[in-house]
Design a protein around this ligand. Structure first.
Ligand code: ZN
Length: 452
């Protein structure tokens, strides 16, 4: 057993639907006890100190400790092509993405990128992600092998694309090879250790009807598997989907007809949605990955977070970097863009709403809230330790926090933390991440190279 002492913040409820102060749990001086890979106890330091006086303790003074961040949509094979210049979705795929992803036929290369990618996530405080791979099964093996070594909770799956004209012939799979390879990968990796499998048609336009039907068949055979894809990202893409699937009433309906929409189904982007589509997503309890950095970078559009988090059509929402279409690995930087996407639609994204999406909200959107997302005993000890003033700008801002250190009431301390945490939401990046724990193990600390 070991313990971590410091200031802790996590969420007990969704602040989009509750008074924010009731939704958060903030302990200015707390103690979190880890037994093996899980949280064994958590509470105020003064109440637990005597009970755990004999165990080793890491003390993080002047830091904020939270559950590790959750990235619900990211592409590990695109690590090397982040910040590709000048194209929107379909041209960007053709010009940059497929040539890069072809390299992942080589398993050794795939493994080297998987290691680099996971270390980048840890450097940014992300401890769980839902991850796209390529059409090559060896790229999935390489990824899960890298995850298994770290005992880290990742969702990933073979990423199918079989429609002629959408990708080079040497990149495409077929409906049958996708089914056979997916089945084999599910058998070998799904729920083995902390690995989780997502049936992953890349996007409707990339798949034939036959391949999407195979996805539905796989979901029927493996109901505990996740389903991960893209949806309604770009106007040109949406028009081509309508042409390719004339029988479907809209983009969402393409997936509905394949029988894959429901709990554990995540649609990346979902920018251009009708009220009816929001209503159907809400009723089916599927989820959306909100990827504002990517949506701005590729000029795709503004996701309507206020509709997804409305009382009328509530949809589960998590955040995604969508790296490499997104230009960062950092969920904090994604929150900066999320704030601005909301502002462009005359909406406000508070720091607690933002950090909820980054932690418990993301976990719930993936139906992983029993395992991760908060600091409740029994969950995995996946943690991020944040430095709220790591840069000159943030340090100066914190020095001028209107809630000075002279007052020590809990309300005052919380208001002080809220002010500094919002600074971090807007100005933070990997410099804000002091340390990252996965399954109770320290896998990253800021001062050096990754611990792993
Ligand atoms: Zn994506």
């Amino acid at each position: 057993m070991k313990a971590i002492r410091g200031a802790f913040l996590d969420f007990l409820h969704d602040p989009f639907y509750r008074d924010e102060q009731d939704a958060i749990r903030y302990l200015p001086d707390g103690l979190l006890v880890i037994d093996g890979d899980k949280i064994a106890d958590f509470g105020r330091y003064d109440q637990l100190a005597d009970k755990y006086a004999d165990i080793a303790m890491d003390h993080y003074a002047n830091r904020l400790i939270m559950p590790g961040f959750v990235d619900t949509h990211v592409h590990y094979p695109q690590t090397e092509m982040i910040a590709a210049y000048g194209e929107q979705l379909l041209e960007w795929l053709e010009k940059y993405t497929f040539p890069t992803e072809l390299k992942f036929q080589d398993k050794t290369y795939a493994r080297s990128v998987a290691d680099r990618f996971l270390n980048m996530l840890l450097m940014n405080g992300t401890t769980t992600a839902q991850v796209f791979t390529t059409t090559f099964p060896q790229s999935v093996d390489a990824f899960f092998e890298a995850c298994s070594e770290r005992n880290i909770c990742m969702i990933a799956g073979l990423t199918g694309i079989d429609r002629e004209g959408l990708a080079p012939a040497e990149y495409r799979d077929t409906a049958d090879s996708f089914y056979t390879n997916s089945k084999d990968l599910i058998e070998r990796w799904h729920m083995k250790g902390r690995n989780k499998y997502a049936i992953t048609p890349r996007f409707a336009l990339g798949s034939t009807r036959e391949q999407l039907d195979r996805c539905g068949q796989l979901k029927g055979e493996y109901p505990t598997a996740w389903v991960n894809t893209h949806m309604s990202e770009n106007h040109k893409e949406i028009a081509q989907v309508a042409e390719a699937f004339p029988e479907a009433s809209d983009y969402l309906n393409v997936y509905e007809r394949a029988g894959i929409v429901g709990p554990k189904f995540t649609a990346g982007h979902a920018i251009h949605l009708s009220d009816d589509a929001f209503q159907r997503m809400s009723a089916s309890k599927c989820s959306i990955s909100f990827c504002p950095s990517s949506n701005l970078y590729l000029g795709s559009g503004l996701f309507m977070i206020h509709k997804a988090k409305s009382l009328e059509t509530p949809v589960l929402v998590g955040l995604g970097t969508d790296m490499g279409a997104g230009d960062c690995f950092s969920i904090l930087r994604v929150l900066n863009d999320a704030y601005k996407v909301a502002a462009l639609q005359s909406q406000k994204l508070s720091v607690f709403k933002g950090l909820y999406l980054a932690t418990l909200g993301g976990a719930k959107s993936l139906m992983l809230e029993d395992e991760i997302g908060s600091l409740d005993p029994g969950k995995y000890a996946d943690l991020v330790v944040l430095d709220l003033s790591p840069t000159p700008a943030l340090a100066f801002r914190a020095q001028n926090n209107p809630f000075g250190k002279d007052q020590t009431s809990e309300e005052h301390q919380c208001a002080r933390m809220e002010h500094d945490a919002f600074g971090t939401m807007m100005l933070g990046d990997e410099r804000s991440v002091e340390a990252t724990y996965v399954s109770g193990q320290l896998l990253h600390r800021k001062t050096g190279t990754p611990v792993h």
